[in-house]
Design a protein around this ligand. Sequence first.
Ligand code: URA
Ligand code: URA
Length: 196
Amino acid sequence: MNKEIYSVSSAWAELEERVRNCRACKLCETRTNTVFGQGNRDNQVVLIGEGPGEDEDLQGLPFVGRAGQLLTQILEAGKISREDLFIMNIVKCRPPENRVPTTEEMVKCNQHLDSQLALLRPKIVVCLGNTPMKWLLQTTEGITKIRGKWFDWRGAKLMPMFHPSYLLRNQSRAEGSPKHQTWLDVQELKKAIENI
Ligand code: URA
Ligand code: URA
């Protein structure tokens, strides 16, 4: 009889396959590609967005559109390479018109998110914007109030930051502006990564 030998890489492959074939919610009917997530699976630093946009849906990769390019720049300004993080979303399929995912969609997709988190065993989690922040922290607080703060979350340090789409709509770099606050948050993140 064949003995099945558990390995992390086969667990990842199985999970990727499960996401690729997922039909748990209606988003599967309108997606082009699922967006599993991308990046370093060993560093225990995870960034979580809301859901794929148009470019992500077309390419099957997270944060590759305009917001994603800004995210890459913001991280690089803080001397963080996006390849050093694992980047993923709460839902793996694009909500039509880029609407916020429904609670039902997030509940259905949470099996994938939880499996990813179990394999990644993050020490640092960054939530981008209100949707992942509210989903993971189960809070009714708004992002403007609690961004840049560290929370204990399942044994990891979790920090909410503004979503890069929000920063695209708020371009000021003046002190106290969302961009300025994000610059401060990225420096906090860099420090936390160095102290893992
Ligand atoms: N916005 C998100 O929340 N996630 C992406 O992958 C792209 C844009
Ligand atoms: N609302 C969001 O959903 N995200 C932000 O970053 C700011 C406002």
